[in-house]
Design a protein around this ligand. Sequence first.
Ligand SMILES: *[C@@H]1O[C@H](CO)[C@@H](O)[C@H](O)[C@H]1NC(C)=O
Length: 268
Amino acid sequence: MNRRLGVFLLLGLFSIASAEEKFDSQLLPRPLILEYPETHEIQLKGSEDDEQQLQCTSWRFAVEANNLNPWKTVPLECAGYVKDYMTSKAYRFDLERVSMEAGSYARSLQLAGDGMDAWVFDIDETLLSNIPYYSDHGFGLEVFDSREFDKWVQNAAAPAIELSLKLYDEVLGFGFKVFLLTGRSESQRTVTVENLRNAGFRDWDKLILRALEDHGKTATLYKSEKRSEMVKEGYRILGNSGDQWSDLLGDCMSNRSFKLPNPMYYIP
Ligand SMILES: *[C@@H]1O[C@H](CO)[C@@H](O)[C@H](O)[C@H]1NC(C)=O
C-alpha cells in the first residue's frame, strides 16, 4: 500500500516537474531512491514479524515449562502463531518426540509380570484430539465455554492423536495396565467410551471420570487422589502421559511423566 502510494506520488511529482520544464531530469530521483523506502519498510516489517514470532515462541515455551500459570486464553497477538503451530508440522513433530521418548522408556523397563505395572493416560489432547472443536473456537483465543465443549463431546467425533495411539498400543503390548484418567465427567462415560473405541483405543483397564464429588476439585487434586487410590491398590505407576501439568503433578507422581504439547488452554 505504502509502496504504491510512494510510487504514485513520485510519478505525480515527475509530471508536475515535466510540466514546468525547468526541472533538471538529472536531479530526478533514481530508481534506487524509489526502491529504498520500499525495501526498508519490508525489512522493518519483516523484523517486527520475526520479533512477534519469537515473542510467541517464548510465550509457548513458558506455557510448556509451566512457568506461566494460570492463564485463561491465548494472547491476542499470538492467535495466528498458535493456529499455525497447531495446524502445522511443528505440533506433529512435538507429539512425535514425546511419543517416541515415552515408547523407548517403556521399552527399557523390566516389568514385574504381576500385572501391577501401570501407565496412566489423560484423554483430551492426549489420546483424543479436539482440534476440530478448537479450530471453530479460535484455537484457544476464546474463553473456554464448557457448554459448547460438552456439545462437541456428545458427538463422540474426536479423532485419535495417532502418535499417542501408537504409544498406547506399544505400552499395552509390553504388558502395562492402562488407566485412563480424565477430567471429563461421569455423565460422559458412554459417549467417551464410544469415542475412544471409534478412534481405535481398546483394552484399557479402567476409565476414571469425575464423579459428582470431584467436580469442585482442581484437576491436580482430583488426579492426585485417583493416582493415590491406584498406588494403594498396589499398582506401580511407571508412566503418565498428559497435555496438562495438572495431569502429571501432585501426589503419587509417576516414575516418569510425559508432557504433550498444548498451547491452547490451561487446566489448573
Ligand atoms: C519408580 O520409583 C520408585 C520410587 O522412587 C522406585 O522405588 C522404583 O524403583 C522406580 N521404578 C522404576 C522401574 O524405575
